[in-house]
Ligand binder design. Structure first.
Ligand code: GLU
Length: 304
């Protein structure tokens, strides 16, 4: 398996030279553009890694999958989806276009920025407690007690996050968000700035593949109904406005982030973490997508 992973990375490594690093969060533009790594964690407990699998990157939008589960645990399905929709947008992840057009006004789904900010605003905890609950949840899911935020990326996001800020204030105006908007934004910027490796991301995948139970400890951290919901959103909205093409070519529930990471889940089988910071024009790892496509074809991993 490790040899196969290495071959797939070698075959696609040239792709990292194309694509771009995101500049709208200035700190992300300092990433190593040509890094490429993968980690596959199986339910059997075996783990296979290749390339730059120890390269650290910020989790960014991949965090939206985990915060959705936490918000569902705190509020239940009816409450969460009274404020966030279930449909893909076909627009960019940070688009605000449909927020005002759609009536009643609510973000389309929890995987776009507006929806994810609304979801984060619903997570319980006063002051520092809300982010600390999120951080603890990540630590338990990954089995990595050292996960923490990348302070420089967090500050960079906070300084430049005016588009997210605009959407959050708009959502409070229309009643989607209640309470302190800046506090919710701060938690959102922090969750996006969590620093991880492919191994951590593969463990998140494994937890989802195992329907909410961490295989290593046997501990149930989430209701299987909620992990099922999260995986379904990964299929329909996880790869931004390239989710349809990705479902056809790869067929594995996945969520990407502008840090270059991709979280993938083969239900009942494995969790996969991939990193390649060079992004295509839709914000997905340009080499990461091809790596997953090759892996899916070789191991017949498509769920369809
Ligand atoms: N922190 C990023 C933002 O709010 C996350 C975007 C992403 O990874 O898609 O724009």
């Amino acid at each position: 398996m490790e040899k196969m992973l290495k071959d797939i990375l070698d075959k696609n490594s040239d792709l990292t030279k194309s694509g771009n690093l995101p500049t709208y969060i200035p700190e992300l533009a300092k990433a190593n553009k040509t890094a490429l790594g993968i980690c596959v964690a199986e339910l059997s407990g075996k783990q296979y890694c290749a390339g730059d699998y120890q390269y650290s990157f910020t989790i960014q939008s991949i965090s939206k999958v985990v915060t959705l589960i936490l918000a569902l645990q705190d509020n239940g399905i009816t409450e969460v989806f009274s404020r966030v929709g279930m449909e893909p947008t076909g627009d960019a992840f940070n688009s605000m276009m449909k927020l005002e057009i759609v009536r009643p006004s609510k973000p389309f789904n929890p995987m776009i920025n507006a929806g994810a900010i609304a979801v984060t605003s619903m997570i319980n905890g006063e002051g520092e407690k809300r982010f600390n609950r999120i951080l603890d949840f990540f630590k338990k899911i990954t089995g990595n007690p050292n996960i923490n935020i990348n302070e420089a990326v967090y500050m960079s996001e906070k300084r430049t996050g005016d588009r997210n800020r605009a959407m959050a204030y708009f959502m409070r105006d229309v009643g989607v968000i209640t309470g302190d908007v800046e506090a919710s934004l701060d938690v959102y910027f922090k969750q996006c700035s969590l620093e991880v490796t492919c191994q951590d991301v593969a463990q998140i995948g494994l937890f989802l593949a195992n329907d909410g139970i961490v295989p290593a400890t046997g501990e149930r951290l989430a209701d299987s109904e909620f992990t099922k919901l999260a995986k379904t959103f990964m299929v329909t909205c996880g790869m931004y406005n390239a989710s349809g093409e990705f479902a056809i070519n790869v067929g594995i529930p996945s969520k990407s982030g502008v840090g270059g990471g991709i979280l993938s889940v083969v239900p009942g089988k494995m969790g996969i973490g991939v990193v390649g910071p060079a992004l295509d024009e839709k914000g997905n790892s340009i080499a990461g997508i091809k790596v997953l496509e090759d892996l899916s074809k070789m191991l017949k991993l498509s769920i369809f």
